[in-house]
Design a binder for this molecule. Structure first.
Ligand code: AMP
Length: 454
């Protein structure tokens, strides 16, 4: 299938081609015709699937016909949970609409409201907004919805997690009843279904990733380590593997600041991004990370939500999240739209509960890979019911002493080690330490028996 088969007109196809996409992703192939048909859509799709273009392209197509927006009116409203995500969607809208005569703008909190009011004065075809700031603008008569045709709730699960349900309901209450609704969510919890009930009519349902499954192209494993050695292990990994661009997750804002300071002291350019940082500091940190000036971006879950950096190769969970779904969101930062990526978790004994919850949710064993010099005091047993994959015989070309798992784990610069996919779980070196001489990571056995020194 190609984009030309989807019912999009020349100016949009041109922008898509200029962006370098040749094949629609699965969500795009399904969502674009569904949105064009005018039906409501309910889509289970995590970030990284190409969902933004999935809803933006057909919306642009629809808006390219129809009346111009009047003063302070918006024809499409895209609600998203975070400022970063809002800014990114707005950027995408601009790129995809550059050959059309349509207007768009973005509004979010944490920055002055007056310039946003000024931008809304002439009306816009597409308004991207976070819920709180949108309501402020509405209450100040800066935005009205008499001409609203389409509503998008993006990352609806996250909006509920962040406590936006009341705000969303307030927004819904002031929208015209007759409109097209598109709801995108990584997961479909009962709360989301409840929200959808009052919102969506006879939707086309689309699901492109199994519920709570991680993107297939992300390789994942964990390094067991004692808590106080985590900062040093991270420094070691960054230097050892020469990671040029790594997104690191911490649980708390304080933890993000502390780790940033530690990395800076170790000569690694790092920046923190979290809710206590001003919008301009966050934007700057993200821009410096994208340009390569900042090597390690340290983020909390909420701040990192929706950060879109093409082909981010490396994600590290410095601490496991309290909520296992956040693990899936976090590793969704890498391996986006088919590109491969690696997600590594540094796990200490205090985090066994979180580890078990993640393995149960994803139904996937995270291989325990001990790094030389960082072996923890305690063991990491396997999660009951989640079996580690059996060690397969190494393939012929791997019998000459090359570690089959090595390339896939960031041993070489990122751009050269993306090729490896299927052999990770073959993991011959894991089962056979003698075949693994010289491997600096000295993996622990992933079988329950040998993994437990208890
Ligand atoms: P999203 O899930 O919307 O955040 O998109 C994830 C990433 O995939 C973004 O960097 C997009 O630029 C990229 N992308 C979206 N659609 C395509 C496509 N059809 N081909 C290649 N890359 C794409």
């Amino acid at each position: 299938m190609s984009f030309t088969d989807l019912g999009l007109s020349a100016p949009i196809l041109k922008a898509v081609a200029e962006k370098g996409y040749d094949t629609p992703s699965a969500i795009q192939a399904q969502a674009i015709p569904a949105v064009l048909s005018g039906r409501d859509v309910m889509a289970a799709a995590q970030t990284g699937t190409g969902k933004t273009a999935g809803f933006t392209l057909p919306i642009l197509e629809k808006l390219s016909q129809g009346p111009r927006p009047r003063a302070n009116q918006a024809r499409t409203l895209i609600l998203t949970p975070t400022r970063e995500l809002a800014a990114q969607i707005a950027e995408n809208v601009e790129v995809y609409s550059k050959h059309l005569n349509l207007t768009s703008t973005v509004v979010f909190g944490g920055v002055k409201i007056n310039p946003q009011m000024a931008r809304l004065r002439r009306g816009v075809d597409i308004l991207v907004a976070t819920p709180g700031r949108l309501l402020d603008l509405y209450n100040q008569n800066a935005i009205r919805f008499h001409q609203l045709e389409i509503l998008v709730l993006d990352e609806a699960d996250r909006m509920l997690d962040m406590g936006f349900l009341r705000d969303i309901r307030k927004v819904l209450a002031v929208l015209p009843r007759k409109r097209q609704n598109l709801l995108f969510s990584a997961t479909f919890s009962d709360d989301i279904r409840q929200l959808a009930k009052g919102l969506i009519n006879d939707p086309v349902e689309i699901s492109v990733t199994p519920r709570n499954a991680a993107a297939k192209s992300v390789e994942q494993w964990m390094h067991p380590v004692d808590k106080k050695k985590k900062p040093l292990l991270l420094t070691h990994l960054i230097k050892e593997h020469d990671w040029k661009q790594v997104l690191v997750f911490t649980k708390t804002k304080h933890g993000a600041n502390k780790l940033t300071k530690h990395l800076e002291e170790q000569g690694i350019n790092a920046a923190a991004i979290h809710g206590n940082k001003s919008q301009s500091a966050r934007t700057k940190a993200l821009a410096n990370f994208k340009s390569g000036e900042v090597r390690a971006l340290i983020a909390t879950d909420i701040a990192a939500r929706g950060i879109d950096i093409e082909q981010l190769p490396q994600v590290v969970n410095f601490e496991l999240p309290n909520v296992p779904e956040d693990y899936v969101h976090r590793i969704g930062r890498t391996g986006r739209a088919g590109a491969e990526g690696t997600a590594i978790s540094l796990v200490c004994q205090d985090e066994m509960k979180e580890l078990v919850a993640i393995e149960q949710l994803t139904q996937k064993h995270l291989e325990r890979v001990v790094v030389d010099g960082f072996a923890p005091m305690d063991s990491f047993p396997t999660t009951p019911g989640i079996r580690p994959p059996k060690a397969k015989k190494p393939k012929k070309e791997h019998q000459d002493g090359q570690r089959s798992a090595e390339n896939s784990r960031g041993h070489k610069p990122a751009s050269k080690n993306r090729r490896h996919t299927g052999q990770r779980s073959a993991a011959a070196p894991v089962a056979n330490p003698s075949a693994n001489k010289g491997n600096r990571r000295r993996p622990a056995s992933s079988t329950p028996k040998s993994n437990s020194n208890a």
